[in-house]
Design a protein around this ligand. Structure first.
Ligand code: PMP
Length: 406
């Protein structure tokens, strides 16, 4: 039989699950490809500054852990996480936490995934800030929730709108980022935190508090977390990514005792446990209060970087009708282009001039939210050098000026 005479095999019938249809490539990751052209100054990424990674400390910790505890470090381990690390996490939080409530996760991103699996059915309502962290929307989406964007201002989520949304139909939880929010860099005020907690408690609305940036404050620490005010009504997510290194892929969640067993079962099914070697390395590095010495150096660097970007914006954007905020910590600044301008359309022109940012629209739940969303953009101030900040903001201003004229 000649090759051409072979009957054609039927195409293999891979059928996608409904939840897979809901999965989308991160708009930001797609955009980042555009910005990765050589020579482009990028304010687009969400990466911490690699200059802050404590490489020497991890090198020493590797030696130590492998020598003292190498076989346990390389063995399968408990899904809850490495005991001494869970104890350190509990002791480091500003409210009374039993280490038994701490679940070590593979980044706080996994915490978001576990929360969605345990708390969300198809059609469940989730209340989110406007705008909110895109990675959370991605983690929630496969569970087919109804994501409801709640009005928010510079102080955080609007309490009246939150209450109205909850009264309209009960949500499984409200997902909140009180400190140096991604993408806006804003901080929820003391008064707003108190009101959010009071409203949530009164309405029986569970809160999921995501706090990867809380330690990165500049002048003064932020107000106490929501979880510290209402521990039984709040599931708290933390991360080692911004205070040590994201490549460790380690975070944690603190769950009310009633919820913990289900989260643990979801964790077991997802990956058995987070890497035991990495957990021991972090515990070793954190011994003797290392973070108390290390984190202030990150704060000082990021504050100087923020100041450089604010100065460049004041200098270059004068008279252009661009507005921006002044974040009190974290890695991001939020800006608004002149009325009628669209950040997504501006991006390719900016990249041609050698600068990149992230358009704000994808962060608005339920799709771009009108002209306000289209005008907004996120600028990371932590990875570019001071010289790049000056040159990049000047290039962005030139792009906006041209667009206004064209
Ligand atoms: N939450 C927020 C708000 C974030 O910005 C990030 C990182 N970009 C994460 C969670 C996930 O962080 P990780 O998994 O590295 O802990």
């Amino acid at each position: 039989m000649k090759l051409n005479d072979l009957p054609t095999a039927p195409a293999t019938a891979w059928t996608l699950a409904r939840r897979a249809e809901r999965m989308n490539p991160s708009v930001i990751r797609e955009l980042l490809k555009l910005t990765e052209r050589p020579g482009v100054i990028s304010f687009a990424g969400g990466l911490p500054s690699p200059s802050t990674f404590p490489v020497a400390e991890f090198q020493a910790a590797c030696e130590r852990v492998l020598q003292d505890d190498g076989r346990a470090a390389l063995q399968y381990a408990a899904s809850e996480g490495y005991g001494p690390l869970r104890e350190m996490v509990a002791a480091g939080l500003p409210w009374r936490v039993d280490p038994a409530q701490v679940l070590i996760t593979t980044g706080s991103q996994q915490g978001l995934d576990l929360v969605a699996k345990v708390l969300v059915d198809a059609g469940s309502r989730i209340l989110v800030e406007t705008p909110t962290y895109l990675g959370a929307l991605q983690a929630f989406a496969p569970m087919e929730p109804e994501v409801v964007g709640v009005a928010s201002d510079a102080q955080g989520i609007a309490v009246d709108d939150l209450a109205r949304a909850q009264r309209e139909a009960p949500a499984r939880f409200a997902y909140l980022l009180p400190n140096f929010q991604n993408p806006t860099g804003r901080t929820m005020s003391e008064a707003r935190r108190a009101a959010v907690v009071q409203t949530a408690a009164a309405l029986g609305l569970p809160l999921v508090e995501d706090n990867p940036y809380g330690e990165l404050w500049f002048d003064v620490p932020p107000p106490a977390p929501l979880a510290a005010r209402h521990p039984e009504g709040c599931l708290y997510l933390g991360s080692f990514s911004k205070v040590l290194a994201p490549g460790l892929r380690l975070g944690f969640l603190v769950a009310p005792p009633a919820l913990y067993p289900k989260l643990l079962q979801a964790k077991q099914a997802a990956d058995l446990h987070s890497p035991g070697l990495n957990q021991r390395l972090v515990a070793q590095v954190m011994q003797d209060g290392f973070l108390d010495r290390h984190v202030p150096t990150i704060r000082a660097l990021y504050q100087a970087q923020r100041d450089a970007m604010l100065a460049a914006l004041s200098r270059e954007m004068a008279g252009l009708g661009v507005e921006w905020n002044q974040p009190a910590g974290g890695m991001f600044l939020w800006a608004r282009l002149p009325e009628g301008m669209d950040a997504a359309r501006l991006l390719p022109r900016a990249v041609d001039k050698g600068v990149a940012f992230v358009p704000g629209a994808p962060f608005f739940a339920g799709g771009p939210d009108g002209p306000e969303a289209a005008r907004s953009l996120r600028l990371s101030f932590v990875t570019a050098s001071r010289g790049q900040i000056d040159a990049g903001i000047a290039a962005l201003a030139a792009t906006i000026r041209e667009q206004r004229q064209g």
